[in-house]
Design a protein around this ligand. Structure first.
Ligand code: URA
Length: 243
């Protein structure tokens, strides 16, 4: 027996958190009964689970992809406003979903998988997975601002953790730098830059943990290599085999 949301995430339907939202939204049935509450346990061998009327079965093969998300694409799987989603850039038969989020106008490295457990761990603050961004801002980034961004800056949802900044160029009109952060709050980099008075002109995620975007063109995707998957499992699960 296992908790319904865990089963859904293991089957590649959604991350555990998103699965909980699906349950609360009345989209999940167990043996024909709509489930509205948390805490229901299911037995894979005996219970029949559906989401939006479609049967949910364990997916034996876990797959891991990296996408170079272009600007003007939403990271969610469906968009009520009908905008292009990251899933529109991938083959339909791949039942995978994004790990974490990039804003509509943020470009760069996005991981997608049907491995709900690994996706949960990637997003969990405990693992402090680094995210490296190439940031273009309007205005001159002073040494004092660099220190502020690195040490931590007060945002409305609390101070940011120490970050690492590598300056590439700066002049009166524009500054460019790499910023590595170890948490993943909503619009975090944009809000950090807004807080020092320099609006973001362009934002690209170039690295997540040890995974690098490299020269993957915008809008293209590739499976992670066997070596990358092993390394990822080692990082998040302390082992190379399945979590
Ligand atoms: N920080 C942001 O501001 N936006 C993103 O998409 C990711 C990090």
């Amino acid at each position: 027996m296992e908790r319904l949301q865990k089963y859904l995430s293991r089957c590649g339907v959604a991350s555990r958190r998103h699965a909980e939202q699906m349950i609360l939204g009345g989209r999940v049935c167990v043996n024909g009964r709509i489930i509205h509450e948390m805490g229901v346990q299911v037995d894979e061998a005996r219970d029949s689970v559906t989401v939006d009327g479609k049967p949910v079965l364990p997916s034996p093969d876990k797959v891991y992809y990296m996408l170079n998300k272009p600007q003007a694409v939403v990271t969610t799987c469906e968009d009520p406003q009908g905008r292009k989603t990251v899933l529109d850039l991938l083959p339909k038969e791949l039942r995978i979903y994004p790990v974490g989020r990039l804003d509509y106008m943020t470009e760069g490295l996005l991981l997608l998988t049907n491995d709900g457990e690994l996706a949960n761990r990637m997003a969990h603050p405990k693992y402090k997975i680094s995210k490296r961004y190439l940031v273009f801002v309007r205005g001159f980034l002073t040494d004092k601002m660099i220190q502020t961004l690195q040490r931590g800056i007060a945002l409305e949802d609390g101070p940011t953790m120490p970050a690492k900044l590598e300056l590439l160029e700066r002049d009166a009109s524009q500054s460019t730098f790499y910023l590595t952060i170890f948490e993943g709050r909503n619009r975090q980099v944009r809000r950090m830059c807004e807080a020092i008075g320099l609006p973001v002109l362009r934002l690209r995620r170039v690295q997540v943990g040890f995974l690098q975007l490299g020269d993957l063109p915008a809008g293209k995707y590739r499976p992670l290599t066997v070596k990358e998957v092993k390394q990822l499992r080692k990082l998040l699960c302390g082992q190379e085999g399945p979590p």
